[in-house]
Write a protein that binds this ligand. Structure first.
Ligand SMILES: *Cc1c(COP(=O)(O)O)cnc(C)c1O
Length: 398
């Protein structure tokens, strides 16, 4: 059975994890900063903070920005629920933006429409999602957020390895050249994995310091920043108490363990292989699906040929094929092809629907109605792509 996505773990990944398990530090050891340094080198970001998962990354970003009840943020409706939950954990109201019906991406036009629904004085941030690994038009969107004086956050959980145009050059997703923060996930279906795991990248050193505190309960250990001398220093001598820490703001335990960081770094080193493998598989899909364009078309941002896709999404007019999506998925499964649906529009989820009565986002509805995620992961072969395409022709053909 071909899964829609899965991890690629080799002996050298296992050896790295075992090496750390045999060492002194299972957590708060040297592997986490080593992973962060490698992540900075790979993306070009000045700062990277590893954390427990991608959802924690989004929540830490929201806390670092000091989002609070009364604030508003804009989030596209087509994404995993965590993109909305991260800022909402801090009490921020989520304004859902529509997306392009073909690509599922929030366009600058859709952002403008959402901004018109927001309260200018309360809007604090825009969260964009590089859905499936295809990037949004970051330059145009950054211009809009700058004009509005609000922060720009990239949910890059799908987009490790993808690039985007900036000026006359090219930026790496994660370098934060046009945004304030980027969030990544290392869940096993993502482009690289650490089991569970996440990363925040940013440019501002003060924000990086805040993020480091927020993922560790908020505990300040720098004696120069202590505010209560009775905790930090010996009465009489004024000598520093080596055990001292101060809770100055409320954080969480969102740490990544050292053995996860070792796995993450081992996986990151393979991006030079995973990236081209994913690109080659997507190219094979596009070639082999071309004759089936009347049945299924890839959901791609076609001015983004350099993308490292996380998901290979086909767009299918199920009604025109005379089958429901559930029937198509079941029949594909019988032919050995696993598929999935990414995503149910977040504004339609009961929790958010209650907060947004009557909200209608036709692009999100149309994208959701036609999307089907096809198998894509580095260990697949071109023969596997043939299997998927043949199965699609059989199940959708008339
Ligand atoms: C996976 C994912 C997340 C959450 O990451 P976890 O590591 O599962 O918490 C957030 N946003 C998007 C777009 C994702 O795909």
């Amino acid at each position: 059975m071909l899964a829609y996505g899965r991890q690629s773990i080799a002996q050298d990944d296992i050896d790295e994890v075992v090496r750390v398990l045999r060492g002194d530090f299972l957590t708060t050891g040297p592997e986490v900063p080593k992973f962060e340094e490698a992540f900075c080198a790979y993306t070009g970001a000045p700062h990277a903070l590893a954390c427990a998962n991608g959802t924690a990354a989004l929540h830490m970003i929201a806390m670092a920005m000091d989002l609070k009840p009364g604030d508003q943020v804009i989030v596209p409706s087509i994404s995993f629920v965590a993109t909305a939950n991260g800022p909402h954990y801090c009490g921020a109201e989520v304004i859902f933006a529509d997306v392009d019906a073909e690509t599922g991406l929030m366009t600058p036009h859709a952002l403008k429409e959402a901004m018109a629904r927001a309260d200018k004085s309360r809007l604090r941030a825009v969260f964009v999602v590089h859905l499936n690994g295809s990037r949004v038009d970051l330059e145009a969107i950054a211009k809009l957020t700058k004009e509005a004086g609000v922060a720009l956050v990239e949910d890059a959980c799908h987009a490790l390895g993808s690039t985007y145009p900036v000026g006359n050059g090219t930026g790496n997703v994660g370098d934060c050249a046009l945004s304030d923060f980027c969030a990544f996930s290392f869940h096993p279906v993502k482009t690289i994995t650490s089991g569970e795991g996440g990363m925040v990248t940013c440019r501002d050193p003060e924000m990086a310091a805040r993020l480091a505190l927020l993922r560790n309960h908020g505990l300040e250990r720098d004696k120069d920043l202590f505010t209560d001398p009775e905790i930090g220093f010996e009465v009489g001598t004024g000598e520093h108490n080596p055990w001292a820490y101060e809770l100055q703001m409320l954080g969480y335990n969102y740490r990544l363990t050292d053995f996860q960081a070792a796995l993450g770094r081992s996986q990151l080193a393979k991006m030079s292989r995973f990236g081209p493998q994913r690109k080659a598989l997507v190219a094979a899909y596009r070639r082999k699906l071309a004759p089936l364009a009347h049945l299924v078309t890839p959901a791609l941002n076609t001015d983004n040929e350099d993308a490292v896709l996380h998901l290979m999404v086909g767009r299918i007019d199920f009604a025109a094929r005379g089958k429901t999506r559930r029937q198509v998925m079941a029949q594909l499964r019988e032919l050995g092809v696993g598929t999935q649906v990414h995503y149910i529009p977040i504004h339609r989820q009961p929790y958010y629907a209650k907060l947004n009565p009557g909200l209608n986002l036709p692009g999100a509805e149309a994208y959701y109605a036609g999307c089907l995620s096809l198998p894509l992961y580095p260990d697949m072969t071109e023969a596997d792509v043939d299997t998927v395409v043949r199965a699609l022709a059989t199940v959708l053909g008339d």
